[in-house]
Design a protein around this ligand. Sequence first.
Ligand SMILES: [Zn+2]
Ligand SMILES: [Zn+2]
Length: 225
Amino acid sequence: MFNFARFADWLLRPHCLLCGTGEAENLGICQPCLNDLPWHSASSCPQCGLASNGLTCGACLSQAPHYDATHAVFTYAYPIDVMLQRFKYAEMLNHGHTFGQLLAQSTANRDVDMIIPMPMHLTRIQERGFNQALEIARQLDKNKLDTHSAIRQKLTPPQASLPLKERVKNIKGAFAVNADLTGKRIAIVDDVMTSGASLNELAKALKNAGASHVECWVIARTLPR
Ligand SMILES: [Zn+2]
Ligand SMILES: [Zn+2]
C-alpha cells in the first residue's frame, strides 16, 4: 500500500545529483554512483598522470616537463566530462563546489606552500563571468590560496579549440609571475589537463621565479584513446 509518510520522507531527503534517486551521501552523490565514477588510476605516471605502471613514464624520462608531479581526481570520461562542461559553460557552480571538495580530500596529505588557480585572462573572465579554476581552488586550504602572484598577460585562443601540437606554441609567454617564489612548493589548480601545455608553461614561469617544486592538481586528466 502507498505509504504517504515514507514518500514524503523520501521527497524531502536530498537526492543524488547524478541518478536523482539514490540518497545523497558524500558530496551530494549516492554511494553506488560514487563507486562508478571514473576515478584516476593510481598506476599512473606520478609526473604527468598518464597511464604507466605507477613509475615515471618514458616520455617524462626522456623530456621532463617543468612540473614535478600531477594529481588528478578523475579520468576525463562520462559523467565527469559532462559535469565539467556544465560547470564551465552553463555556470553550474555547485558542481565546482563538489569537485573542489573532492580535490581537497584527495590532496590533504600533499605538501605544498601555495595553491595557485590557473590564471585566466581578464577578457575571458568577463566573457564567462568566473574563473572555473578559482571556483575549484576556493574549496582548498584558504591560507595557501594565491590569486595575485601569477597572471595571464596574453589573450590566446582557447587551447581546446586547437590541435594538440599547436597548443604549446599558443600558450608560450602567456603568463607573468610578479613575486619572489624562492624555495616555494606550489600546486597549480585547473579543471582539466589535456596536453598539459598550459600547466607546463605556468610551471616554467613559476620555476623561473624561484619555485622549487610545482605540482598540477586537476579534476580530470584526459587520457589518449
Ligand atoms: Zn546516484
Ligand atoms: Zn609521465
